[in-house]
Design a protein around this ligand. Structure first.
Ligand SMILES: C[S@@+](CC[C@H](N)C(=O)[O-])C[C@H]1O[C@@H](n2cnc3c(N)ncnc32)[C@H](O)[C@@H]1O
Length: 880
């Protein structure tokens, strides 16, 4: 039995003879490495040597000693050559040191490692195969025993002991969900795991254990003239890191290291601790579980690190997981305690921290800036206990070698915090950078980190949802045993198209999402109305007096087939050529000119105009300068604008207080060519939509393909800025917010006018089903609810407008590939509409309300992902 001799750790000065022995051992190891890796350059060799020393291997003898196993293996198989063994041991140690990729590491290897050990009292049998004959068996067994594998703590709390015995000194405690690496070992038939203390409870990498090895060391106050506050007795153990001649410990104190050329402290060698794997004989059951068992709850996946899996079947609404956080990030209020360190110059430096951001495979460049949340992360981390710090560092984060902009931003924030905030002085730059990244990647709503929840991967089509008030995950749909549990790291962003969702995830969480929605062939958010199908359904009326010619070709030279009188109705066939349309009139077909501008001399007049499919009225002629063109894609937004804004505001083309950004958006909209407007028939219920398939749209009905992404991208970018994050300013005065709303905010009238213009442009060019138009609807719903809540006077048309928009949004959400039901995005809005319009005498309003109520009653209403935004228009309410 291998027990650890703690007494041996007592500080002894190293003698010259020991130094010589070390040098000799190193030379042996170098020779062994050279033999085993003849192709390595001297730099690679030196790097490997350094890394081996980090895992306690400084000589060939140590290599054998640490693992003890060669002796066992030799006795089992005398055929095995020592060289071969050395190389095997060397390979394992190199893997442990991170010099080469662990062979077979991960799922299969860990499973193999677990096999036959009887952990959890469950014999594993031989179902995972393995080399079972002769030398092969021996080699397999050897590497298995040497390999460190991942375990997860499955019991509430397990003890880390100084020796492989139940009465061994407890040197640490690990809580459920903690993931650790260790080498399985047996003692008297009981399975134990040997782990490095540094890895599990020794604190962040730079902080090590030190021991007082000479008399005269004392505790001094840092940041002031050295002032001794305490003598330190020989042998006492401290946590800290070296900075020049001082060993720095926590609480802003420093300890003298070698002011007079003498060493006071020595870093303790890495220690080991043992954890019992199975507590069945104690009546406890499994304490640790290898990570990669087939039916495990926590598994290692080939391309995403760890992931959580269902160990039983769940019905929709069931509670799947519940956990308490181990870490809570400081809120803004708590940070105020540190305010005096955030001087003007600190703030200036902080605001300059940024790194260029590009999406892989995309040329468009922007920047990622340091967020104040990172500052909170740094301070919270540095104020946490060593154990908590270690648990944070164990959470997933991008490697520091990654070129992702967050990595360099986190480094700059870490540097700045270390230099300015006292509680951060003692943590190394690298550790603080890792901590900021780990918190950024794993933080949950409510500013918490969890040991288990944080291992759950993301999907835009999740099967569980986080209920923050209860700290629970609940099933969004039926979940089969063995299915991966996936939640969405995104909230309302789930209602954005794939390209934007992937961009957001890459930007904030540094990964390229490969979920079912992101990899699906079609992106249903980007459905646009099919122009050619709509053209084919279009009806026209001759509005020119006395009438127009039906011609055999789309030109004035075309043969005159018939004269069509003013007022005559024509059915389009779908073919067009410039201002010419191909029509069917009674039994004849031919071409008709719609626009007199191409005549010579030009006639500034339309000759034929489309009929609105809903009202069968002629759509007004924009060239005659009529003030209110009644294009269906435009009409809803124009009418809405008139309900919310004074007529002057709606019609004034440019406002004087327009900001640069607003001017930019307006110019973009003005530049969009008018001839791309969709025909009226595109706005009828049954008009077909083109599906977006990667880089083009294709109509399932007529087969038409469209590849022009430019105006859709342009409108999408404006829509994201306008509807997704409306520019709001806090309201003046003191009106308390009503239930379901957050603090009151104001939107500028000019902003609202431009938002309606954008809504109309998106609608006219992309049709009623595109995501940008749906976000415009949400904006309209929030404006309408705010107006009904806070506005002065009644607006009868507002109720119908609100309920129509809600119904439209509800049915859009049901057609998308979303696992959340529409109530997750619309519940508060629906309830608020019911509350505000419940007493409305209009029977149409009551009928629409009943429909909405039936829909919402059939939903589970688990979460509200998209709370109502109180969009109060500046000047539309008066504060008393
Ligand atoms: C909060 S962690 C989840 C647990 C993590 N897999 C681990 O090993 O601890 C988030 C990380 O998991 C990976 N990940 C999660 N969801 C993913 C997805 N849908 N596609 C690709 N990688 C994903 C990414 O590396 C991401 O940064």
């Amino acid at each position: 039995m291998e027990t650890f001799d703690w007494d041996a750790l007592d500080g002894q000065e190293r003698t010259q003879a020991e130094d010589d022995e070390l040098a000799q051992g190193e030379a042996q190891l170098r020779a062994l490495l050279l033999r085993a890796r003849p192709k390595w350059s001297s730099r690679e060799l030196e790097a490997a040597l350094r890394k081996l020393q980090m895992v306690s291997v400084a000589s060939v003898a140590q290599l054998a000693e640490v693992l003890l196993l060669p002796k066992v293996a030799v006795s089992v198989s005398p055929k095995l050559e020592l060289d071969e063994l050395e190389e095997e041991v060397l390979n394992v140690k190199l893997q442990e040191a991170g010099v080469v990729q662990p062979r077979g590491f991960g799922f299969a290897a860990a499973r193999a490692g677990h096999q036959g050990r009887g952990c959890n009292g469950r014999p594993r049998g031989d179902r995972h195969g393995g080399d079972r004959d002769g030398d092969g068996r021996c080699r397999r067994r050897l590497s298995r025993s040497l390999e460190a594998i991942d375990f997860v703590v499955v019991f509430e709390r397990v003890a880390l002991r100084a020796s492989m015995a139940l009465d061994g000194e407890v040197v640490g405690v690990l809580t459920r969900g903690r993931v650790l690496r260790g080498v399985p070992q047996q003692d008297a038939g009981r399975p134990w795991v040997k782990v490095k203390l540094q890895e599990v409870n020794g604190g962040p990498v730079a902080v090590r254990e030190w021991q007082v090895v000479a008399p005269g060391a004392g505790l001094e106050l840092a940041d002031t003239k050295p002032k001794r506050v305490k003598e330190l007795s020989l042998g006492s153990v401290l946590h800290g890191h070296m900075e020049q001649h001082w060993l720095k410990t926590r609480q802003g104190k420093a300890k003298r290291h070698d002011s007079s050329g003498r060493e006071f402290f020595r870093c303790l060698p890495e220690r080991f601790g043992w954890i019992l794997v199975n507590g069945e004989h104690l009546g406890l059951g499994a304490l640790l579980q290898p990570l990669s068992v087939d039916d495990g709850f926590l598994r290692r996946l080939p391309d995403r690190g760890l992931g959580l899996f269902a160990t039983q079947e769940y019905e929709e609404g069931d509670c799947v997981l519940e956990e308490r956080p181990f870490f809570r990030r400081h809120g803004v209020a708590q940070l105020k305690g540190h305010q005096k360190f955030f001087t003007k110059s600190f703030r200036a430096k902080f605001e300059q921290i940024k790194a260029p951001f590009t999406m892989p495979g995309d040329e468009a460049q922007s920047h990622v800036y340091a967020s104040p949340a990172m500052l909170r992360s740094a301070v919270s981390f540095c104020s946490a206990s060593l154990m908590t710090q270690q648990m944070i560092l164990e959470l997933h984060h991008p490697p520091l070698s990654s070129s992702h902009p967050l990595v360099s931003v986190a480094l700059a924030v870490a540097k700045l915090c270390r230099s300015a905030v006292p509680c951060c002085h003692e943590v190394s730059e690298e550790v603080l950078q890792r901590a900021i990244l780990a918190i950024e990647m794993n933080i949950f709503v409510g500013e918490c980190c969890f040991l288990t929840f944080c291992r759950m991967n993301h999907s835009c089509f999740p099967n569980v949802v986080y209920i923050s008030e209860k700290r629970q995950f609940r099933a969004l749909r039926k979940i089969q045993k063995g299915e991966e549990l996936l939640h969405s790291y995104l909230g309302r962003e789930l209602l954005l198209p794939t390209e934007l969702r992937r961009r957001l995830l890459w930007r904030s969480k540094a990964f390229e999402c490969d979920c079912t929605r992101c990899t699906a062939e079609e992106d249903p958010m980007r459905r646009v109305a099919c122009r050619s199908c709509a053209h084919a359904k279009e009806h026209y009326e001759v509005i020119f007096h006395p009438g127009v010619w039906l011609r055999s070709e789309p030109s004035l030279q075309g043969k005159q087939l018939a004269f069509l009188n003013e007022g005559q109705r024509l059915k389009a066939t779908g073919e067009r050529s410039g201002s010419w349309i191909h029509v069917k009139v009674e039994r004849q077909v031919g071409w008709v000119l719609t626009n007199g501008r191409s005549l010579s001399p030009p006639l500034q007049k339309m000759l034929c105009l489309p009929l609105d499919a809903e009202s069968w009225r002629v759509v007004a002629d924009p060239y005659d300068g009529l003030p209110l063109p009644e294009w269906p894609g435009w009409r809803l937004w124009h009418e809405a604008a008139l309900l919310f804004l004074p007529v002057d505001d709606v019609q004034t083309p440019v406002a004087e207080d327009e900001t640069q950004e607003e001017a930019f958006s307006r110019e973009i909209l003005e530049q969009l060519p008018a001839d791309l407007d969709l025909p009226c028939a595109a706005f009828t219920q049954d008009s077909p939509c083109c599906r977006f398939l990667g880089d083009r749209w294709s109509c399932p009905s007529c087969g038409e393909e469209v590849a022009d992404l430019t105006s859709e991208r342009l409108l999408g970018r404006l829509a994201e800025r306008t509807f997704f994050t409306p520019k709001m300013t806090p309201a003046l005065g003191s009106v308390s917010a009503k239930a379901g709303t957050s603090a009151l905010k104001m939107v500028k009238r000019l902003f609202v006018r431009q938002a309606f213009e954008l809504s109309a442009s998106c609608s006219q060019r992309l049709g009623p089903r595109h995501w940008s138009v749906q976000w415009a609807r949400l904006f309209l719903v929030d404006l309408a609810i705010s107006r009904l809540n806070y506005g002065v006077g009644r607006f009868p048309a507002l109720g119908i407008l609100l309920l129509d928009a809600l119904q439209e949004l509800w049915s859009w959400l049901t057609t998308l590939d979303l696992s959340h039901d529409p109530s997750c995005f619309l519940l508060t809005r629906t309830l608020e509409a019911q509350h505000l319009l419940g007493n409305d005498p209009d029977p149409l309003v009551q009928q629409k309300l009943r429909t909405l109520q039936t829909w919402s009653e059939s939903c589970r209403k688990q979460v509200d992902i998209l709370p109502l935004r109180p969009l109060i228009i500046d000047g539309s309410i008066s504060f008393q």
